[in-house]
Design a protein around this ligand. Structure first.
Ligand code: NAP
Ligand code: ZN
Length: 362
């Protein structure tokens, strides 16, 4: 799809956009709406680079709309508030994650799970209810209804808080929902990337035993010593995988490419749950016997609701949880994407929007 909803609006905005599925990003002048009565305008300070940005830029989910300004791990400062805004004041540090609106009336919305509202509006690559295409956080500012923004506690460093808005909540929510958050539980985290490494930190803060299952043996030392994982399994080592069979209550799988889940199901105890987060397009092979024998289940999970996102951020502040990041300038973003595609990042790129975006305006 091209150019849908590129309607001129009243406030000038500037960011970086991809124009096609090459995913190459370059400077982009566009416009945003006036701040509505219940909305806040946010000066973007930092924006994390999620692997979903890469999937979308390259149209790997076949739903991309160009021009596309990605970015859904946004931390910024409120610069303007609508007349009826009650949650925020000008100058507040706030976060915006993967969704910026939802229907507000369906069962999911009523139960504070706006993330599962079928009409939820994505922060970018989504069409807003007014018919315009949304542009994300690789830009100077965003406008959002206050209901879809969260407060960033002042004790959290802003740059490393940005990845919590997607990676953090995406790991926190399934660990809580599937009963994996707490002492006596053993969780496996598959894929030690942006999501995976934050997941290890949350698991440790919950008191859960956590084992990293990784295809990169070189990450072992860091997983154990820096992130504090209790164990590390090289997924390519059959002996190690065999020895760990039947030991985990649950597994959160964050791998960004299609892969065999059969060995992972083998790691589960009876009644264990394999929760898929990696948004791979190809279907998995799922032999029935691997689930029947042990009453195991395979599930999915997507980010979290707004109430839970605030709870997660507050929990992160309380427990000193933050992402390990590499802060980059805006003009480094294409190199960062190439490196992310190769798994060459420990563990999240965060763009310093406030200090580096303006210099790219010609
Ligand atoms: P990431 O930083 O690139 O991490 C993905 C990890 O997967 C890599 O670090 C690597 O870990 C593993 N991996 C990558 N390529 C692999 C390969 N060819 N073979 C085996 N393992 C490989 O990505 P991310 O930002 O954490 O996102 C992970 C996935 O979750 C993406 O698909 C993203 O779109 C999706 N996502 C889902 C949600 C949700 O709510 N469900 C939210 C955000 C993102 P090792 O080196 O340790 O093997
Ligand atoms: Zn994301």
């Amino acid at each position: 799809m091209e150019g849908l909803g590129e309607r001129e609006q009243s406030v000038d905005a500037f960011g970086w956009a991809a124009r096609d599925s090459s995913g190459h990003l370059s400077p982009f002048a566009f416009s945003r709406r006036e701040t509505g009565e219940e909305e806040v305008r946010v000066k973007v300070l930092y924006c994390g680079i999620c692997h979903s940005d890469l999937h979308c830029l390259k149209n790997e989910w076949h739903s991309s709309v160009y021009p596309m300004v990605p970015g859904h791990e946004i931390v910024g400062e409120v610069s303007e508030i609508g007349r009826k805004v009650s949650k925020f004041n000008i100058g507040d540090k706030i976060g915006v994650g993967c969704i910026v609106d939802s229907c507000r009336t369906c069962e999911s919305c009523r139960e504070d799970q706006e993330n599962y509202c079928t009409k939820a509006v994505a922060t970018y690559n989504g069409v807003h209810y007014d018919g315009t295409v949304n542009y994300g956080g690789y830009s100077d500012h965003v406008v959002v209804d206050e209901r879809y923004a969260v407060k960033i506690p002042h004790t959290l460093p802003l740059a490393s808080a940005a990845p919590l808005l997607c990676a953090g909540i995406s790991m926190y929510s399934p660990m809580k929902y599937f009963g994996l958050a707490g002492p006596g539980k053993h969780v496996g985290i598959v894929g030690l990337g942006g999501l995976g490494h934050i997941g290890v930190r949350f698991a440790k803060a919950f008191g859960t035993k956590v084992t990293v299952v990784s295809s990169t043996v070189g990450k072992c030392k860091d997983a154990l010593e820096n992130l504090g994982a209790d164990g590390f399994l090289a997924s390519t080592d059959d002996d190690q995988m065999q020895a760990a069979m039947g030991t985990m209550d649950g597994i959160i799988d964050t791998v960004s490419v299609s892969h065999s889940v059969l060995p992972l199901i083998g790691l589960l105890k009876s009644n264990g749950k394999l929760v898929l987060l990696g948004a791979t397009e190809k279907p998995f092979d799922l032999p029935a016997f691997s689930l029947i024998m042990g009453r195991k289940s395979v599930a999915g999970s997507a980010i979290g609701g707004m109430k839970e996102t605030q709870e997660m951020i507050d929990f992160a502040a309380e427990h000193g949880i933050k992402a390990d990041i590499e802060v980059i300038s805006m003009d480094y973003v294409n190199t960062a994407m190439d490196r992310l595609a190769k798994g060459d990042v420990r563990y999240r790129f965060v763009i310093d929007i406030a200090n580096t975006l303006a210099a790219t305006r010609s």
